[in-house]
Write a protein that binds this ligand. Structure first.
Ligand code: PLP
Length: 277
């Protein structure tokens, strides 16, 4: 018997990110998160990495013209309802992405943009150079709606030490320029209390987390920021989207398979598992 299918178009979510061949982080993980949340995913690659669960060996940034052409061609045919930005590698690619966002903004549609300010991998490799970080702060930040730094990234972006919650809150307030609508979700997965703090429209919100004892922590930042974008595309507020993304990532760590010899991938489709069997 033919099953009546719902042919309503899913929202298109674009990820601008690096390629991790081990599928734990970067654009392949982002696409898995989009699918798990009922979004159709497109992607523009900023860098190839030689990488496994044991770490990053090598990074090869994409040619800036190739990235610009990819974004322009996708925009003509599959304009995204929302954009997630991850690894950007260098200042030339940050400039391309900022130019692209300006054209999207000029069209006038409301397209939520979530930036995961990836600078260093958890295995210690540099994924954004110093020029890229400076460009991200001056060119990209004014064009995004939500930024999701972890504590290390917040320190790099603000030049302050974020040793405890009050210090994190003042760094967040400093990052949010006066009058700007930028929402900041400071992720705390690596801290002793794995709580996230959201600063949106002048108010702080604390999202309590629970520690999951697992080695499957590779790509948690990528998956979280992609899930936040999907929440926004479903009509949730920033705080609700961050709360839902946090629960999603906790589940993805909880149900992860033991893969690889290092920090393995999460189970990004865990919600479709038959957990009663
Ligand atoms: N590789 C790529 C391509 C990424 O985009 C990222 C994440 O942001 C990473 C590696 C780093 O992931 P992790 O810090 O979980 O190792």
């Amino acid at each position: 018997m033919l099953v009546e299918m719902n042919r309503a178009a899913r929202p298109t979510a674009l990820t601008i990110a690096g390629f991790d061949p081990s599928s734990g982080a970067g654009m392949t993980a982002d696409l898995a998160v989009f699918t798990a949340h009922g979004c159709f995913g497109t992607s523009a690659i900023t860098a190839l990495t030689v990488q496994s669960t044991l770490g990053v060996r090598r990074v090869q940034a994409t040619d800036a013209d190739l990235l610009a052409e990819t974004l322009a061609y996708l925009q003509e045919d599959l304009p995204p309802a929302g954009v997630k930005i991850g690894m950007l590698a260098n200042g030339d690619l940050v400039r391309v992405v900022a130019d692209y966002l300006r054209t999207v903004r000029a069209i006038g549609q409301s397209v939520p943009v979530v930036l995961d300010p990836v600078v260093v991998s958890s295995s210690g490799s540099l994924l954004l150079d110093a020029h890229g970080l400076a460009m991200l702060q001056t060119q990209l930040l004014p064009l995004v709606d939500v930024i999701t730094p972890n504590t290390d990234e917040l320190q790099l972006l603000t030049g302050t030490t974020c040793s405890d919650e009050p210090a994190i809150r003042s760094a967040m307030a400093a990052l949010q320029a006066e009058g700007s609508d930028l929402a900041i979700v400071a992720t705390g997965g690596h801290r002793p209390e794995p709580d996230d703090i959201v600063l949106h429209k002048g108010e702080f919100h604390v999202l309590r987390g629970r520690h999951v004892a697992t080695k499957a922590t590779h790509g948690t930042g990528c998956a979280f920021s992609s899930a936040v974008l999907c929440g926004l595309l479903s009509g949730h507020s920033v705080v609700q989207a961050a709360e839902r993304a946090k629960r999603y990532v906790e589940g993805a760590m909880t149900y992860a398979e033991p893969l690889g010899r290092g920090h393995g991938p999460m189970r990004l489709d865990w919600r479709s598992l038959r957990l009663d069997r």
